[in-house]
Design a protein around this ligand. Structure first.
Ligand code: NAD
Length: 278
């Protein structure tokens, strides 16, 4: 049975965080993961899932100190260590520091999750300013390049890079032109970097979420869009952050040892739907 679609009030406030009914089995025991935008939504669910699998987790966050502290407690409740790292990943110097601080604290880095992202829905191309285009690109794709550039020298055979892409470059989105372009760039970059790093035994993959009920949605779409969000997917509901745990764990762990350059779609079947609309 499908969970009931939440009412508009709770859709506009995706809190409290959904419990993560995910049973860990030490697939990542002793590993170290660094997650950008790991304090909220999908990033937070991944942080908790990795903790449940035994990894120590460094969590980058932008400005929500409370969310970060709350996430840290949820991660530490799983019996692993958590390092909170504030910082804006659109800046190269910050990305370098995030990697350096993680390695200084835990002695290594095994898993990099490039998850931070922003979107600014805009009706017409004429309304997209240079500043908006620049911010979306700096946050969503420059950050992925910077994080990979500084992380790769620390990664060893068996390490994994996972970036959060989106369904949008696969189906297009008329109201998210800049955002969709950045996520499309992640697709090309991931497939290319996977080939570039394959001989070192470092795997590079991505997860493409569909309509997922996270704080990003009510903070960027109007109530009407939020209310119907995800209902047109074949599974008939928006996804939850917790729906991503399995995909990110598979791509980070030895269970995914022969998977590289690939994308796992977590979208309720949306890319298969005949109207393909949110
Ligand atoms: P969210 O708002 O809960 O999480 C986004 C995170 O990115 C937040 O922690 C935010 O602080 C962080 N962030 C934004 N700008 C940053 C910066 N400059 N430096 C550091 N951190 C920054 O939303 P979410 O839905 O969990 O988004 C996570 C990822 O999933 C994003 O890349 C988003 O594009 C992608 N995604 C989401 C959906 C969806 O429907 N929610 C669909 C497809 C892709």
């Amino acid at each position: 049975t499908q969970p009931e679609q939440p009412g508009i009030e709770s859709l506009m406030n995706p809190r409290p965080v959904q419990p993560l009914n995910y049973k860990g089995s030490e697939k990542l025991k002793g590993r170290v993961a660094l997650i950008t935008g790991g304090d909220s939504g999908i990033g937070r669910a991944v942080a908790i899932a990795y903790a449940k699998e035994g990894a120590n987790v460094a969590i980058n966050y932008l400005n929500e100190q409370n969310d970060a502290e709350e996430t840290k407690s949820l991660v530490e409740a799983e019996g692993v260590q958590c390092l909170l790292l504030p910082g804006d990943v659109s800046q190269e110097a910050t990305c370098k520091q995030l990697v350096e601080k993680t390695v200084a604290e835990f002695g290594k880095l095994d898993i990099l999750v490039n998850n931070a992202g922003v979107q600014f829905p805009t009706e017409k191309i004429e309304d997209i300013t240079h500043e908006q285009w620049d911010k979306t690109f700096r946050t969503n794709i420059y950050s992925v390049f910077y994080m990979c550039k500084y992380a790769v020298p620390h990664l060893k055979q068996g390490s994994a890079i996972i970036s959060t892409a989106s369904i949008n470059p696969y189906v297009g989105n008329p109201k998210l032109l800049d955002y969709t372009a950045t996520k499309g760039a992640i697709v090309g970059f991931t497939r290319s970097l996977a080939q570039n790093l394959a001989s070192k035994g470092i795997r590079v993959n991505m997860v493409a979420p569909g309509p997922i009920w996270t704080p990003l949605i009510p903070s960027t779409f109007d109530e009407k869009t939020v209310e119907s969000f995800g209902l047109k997917t074949p599974l008939g509901r928006p996804g939850q952050p917790a729906d991503h745990a399995g995909a990110y764990v598979l791509l980070a762990s030895d269970e995914g040892a022969y998977i590289t350059g690939q994308c796992i779609h977590v979208n309720g079947g949306m890319a298969m739907s005949s109207d393909g609309k949110k």
